[in-house]
Design a protein around this ligand. Structure first.
Ligand code: NAP
Length: 466
C-alpha cells in the first residue's frame, strides 16, 4: 500500500468541534506541502463557527467576519462537515478510531467555572455563559428565562464576557435592533426594567482582565452612563509598581478607567457602576428564594512569592441591593467520554496538543487537541490559530514517524454510511450555507446582518425543504 498522505491513501483526519480552532486546524492541515489529507469535521450543532456565532456579542458584528475564512477552508473539496452529530451520543471515540488516522478535539469550553459562595444558586443568579448563549440564539438555551423585571443587576468578574453582558443589559432597544441578537432576546430586552448594573472586579484597575477597546466602548453607550469610584480607581503601591513595566494597552486601560471617575449623571436612563477591589461573599435571598441583595467584601492586593498580584479580603463589608446576578468568572471545558481529562483545569490531558495517557504520560496514538479544551479559556479568537498550528505540527511529526492510528475502514463512504445510520438528520456544509443565506435574506429585509434561526427543526426545514 502507498504511504499515508498520498493520493491513493490520504491521511484521514476527524476534527471534533466546528469553532474557530477546528477551522484553523483544518486550514493548516490543508497547507501541508506534498500531503493529501481528507478532513471530516464533526459538530453537535447543525451550525459551524462555535463561539463566533454563539459567544461573540451581537453588537460586535465586525469580529464575525472571520467566518469568511472558515467558509473558504470548508470549500476545499477534501473537507466534509457532519453537523448535528454529537460525539458521545450519536457516535463514540471508538467509532472515530475505526475511520481515521488522526482525531483532533477542538470542543472549546462549554460550561462555566463555579462560584462557591452562599446563595450562588438562588433564583435570579445565572452563569453569564447561559445569558450569552440565550441572547445569541443557541438552540439549547432558547427557553431559558432571565428576570428582566428587576431594576438592579450585577455582573461578577471583569473579563470581556462580563463587558459583553453589561453592554447588552445597557444597550437601548434601537442599538440592539440592528444586530443579529435572537429575536426573542430583543423582545425581552425591549421590555427590560434593568436600570442599574454593577460590574464587580476583585482586583484593581491595573489587573483588569477586560481589554482596552471594551472598556472604552462602555463609556460610549447611547443609553447608559458609566461610573467608577475615585478610591477604587486609585492605584495602590503594588499596582503603581506594576504600571512601570506595563504595556501601552494596559496603561491606556487604566487611564480610561480613571477618566470615568469624573463622570456626572446625564439624562441617559441607565447607570453602570464599574467596581474594583470587591468580592461577593454572599447572595442574599428573600423567603421565596429570590435574590434581593449581595454582600461584598473590600479587598486589598498582595504579591505572591512568584510575583503574581492577588486579592485578599479585608474586614470591610457592604451590601448592595440586586435582583439579578450574572456570574462571569470564566468558561470551563467539559470531558469527552473516552478522552483523558483534567477535571480541575477543565482541559484534555495533553502536551503541546498530543493527548496523553494520564497514568503513563505517554501520547495516546492518533489523538490530539487544540484551542480552549487544550489550554483553557483564554485569549481572543486569533489566539487559537498558533495554538492549532502547534497541534498540527505535532500531528505531522508523528505521521513522519509512523505514529498514527490504524483505522479498519479509512474511507469516506464508510463514514457517510455509518453516520447516516446514527444520525439521519445530519447537516452538510451545503445545508448550512442554505440556512446562512436564508438568515441573511431575512436580515436584509430588517436592516440587520442576519436573523438567526434558533431551533434545530427550523434549520432542518430550511436546509432540506428548499
Ligand atoms: P476572563 O478574561 O478569564 O475573566 C474572568 C474574570 O473573572 C476576571 O476578572 C477574574 O478576576 C474574575 N474571577 C475569577 N474568579 C473569580 C472569583 N472567584 N470571584 C470574583 N471574580 C473572579 O474570562 P472571560 O471574561 O470569560 O473571557 C474568556 C476569554 O474570552 C478571555 O480571554 C476574553 O478576553 C475572551 N473574550 C474576548 C472578547 C473580545 O475580544 N471582545 C469577548 C469575550 C471574551 P481575576 O483577574 O482577579 O482572576
Amino acid at each position: 500500500m502507498s504511504p499515508i498522505g498520498t493520493e491513493s491513501n490520504p491521511l484521514r483526519v476527524a476534527i471534533v468541534g466546528a469553532g474557530p480552532t477546528g477551522f484553523y486546524a483544518a486550514e493548516h492541515l490543508f497547507r501541508q506541502k506534498d500531503l493529501v489529507v481528507e478532513v471530516d469535521m464533526f459538530e453537535r450543532l447543525p451550525t459551524p463557527y462555535g463561539l463566533v456565532r454563539y459567544g461573540v456579542a451581537p453588537d460586535h458584528e465586525k469580529i464575525k467576519s472571520v467566518t469568511k475564512q472558515y467558509d473558504k477552508t470548508a470549500a476545499n473539496p477534501r473537507f466534509r462537515f457532519f453537523g448535528n452529530v454529537n460525539l458521545g451520543q450519536d457516535i463514540s471515540v471508538a467509532d472515530l478510531c475505526r475511520f481515521y488516522h488522526q482525531i483532533v478535539y477542538t470542543t472549546g469550553a462549554q460550561t462555566d467555572r463555579k462560584l462557591t459562595i452562599p446563595g450562588a444558586d438562588l433564583t435570579g443568579s445565572h452563569p453569564a455563559t447561559e445569558f450569552v448563549a440565550w441572547y445569541n440564539g443557541h438552540p439549547d438555551y432558547v427557553d431559558y428565562q432571565f428576570d428582566l423585571t428587576q431594576e438592579r443587576a450585577a455582573v461578577i468578574g471583569i473579563g470581556n464576557v462580563a463587558m459583553d453582558v453589561a453592554r447588552i443589559l445597557c444597550r437601548t432597544p434601537e442599538e440592539l435592533a440592528s444586530t443579529d441578537i435572537a429575536d426573542y432576546a430583543l423582545e425581552a430586552l425591549r421590555h427590560s426594567n434593568v436600570k442599574v448594573v454593577y460590574i464587580l472586579g476583585r482586583r484593581g484597575p491595573a489587573q483588569a482582565a477586560f481589554t482596552t477597546p471594551e472598556i472604552k466602548e462602555l463609556g460610549e453607550m447611547a443609553g447608559a452612563d458609566i461610573f467608577v469610584l475615585a478610591d477604587e480607581a486609585e492605584l495602590d503601591a503594588i499596582s503603581q509598581e506594576e504600571m512601570k513595566t506595563a504595556d501601552r494597552a494596559t496603561q491606556r486601560k487604566v487611564e480610561i478607567i480613571q477618566s470615568y471617575v469624573h463622570n456626572q449623571r446625564t439624562e441617559k436612563p441607565k447607570q453602570l457602576y464599574l467596581r474594583f477591589l470587591v468580592s461577593p461573599v454572599e447572595l442574599i435571598g428573600n423567603e421565596a428564594g429570590q435574590i434581593v441583595a449581595m454582600r461584598l467584601v473590600r479587598n486589598e492586593l498582595y504579591q505572591t512569592e512568584s510575583g503574581a498580584v492577588r486579592s485578599r479580603y479585608t474586614d470591610q463589608y457592604e451590601e448592595i441591593p440586586v435582583g439579578l446576578v450574572f456570574r462571569s468568572i470564566g468558561y470551563k471545558g467539559v470531558p469527552i467520554e473516552g478522552v483523558p481529562f483534567n477535571d480541575s483545569w477543565g482541559v484534555i490531558v495533553n502536551e503541546a496538543g498530543r493527548v496523553l495517557d494520564p497514568t503513563t504520560k505517554e501520547p495516546v496514538v492518533g489523538q490530539y487537541t487544540a484551542g480552549w479544551i487544550k489550554r483553557g479559556p483564554s485569549g481572543i479568537i486569533g489566539t487559537n490559530k498558533p495554538d492549532a498550528v502547534e497541534t498540527v505540527t505535532c500531528m505531522m511529526a508523528d505521521l513522519a514517524e509512523g505514529k498514527v492510528n490504524q483505522p479498519a475502514q479509512p474511507d469516506k463512504a464508510a463514514v457517510t454510511a455509518f453516520v447516516d445510520e446514527c444520525q439521519p438528520k445530519r447537516f452538510t456544509y451545503e445545508d448550512w450555507l442554505k440556512v446562512k443565506a436564508a438568515e441573511i435574506a431575512l436580515g436584509e429585509a430588517q436592516g440587520r446582518p442576519r436573523v438567526k434561526f434558533t431551533s434545530v427543526d427550523e434549520m432542518l426545514a430550511v436546509a432540506h425543504d428548499s
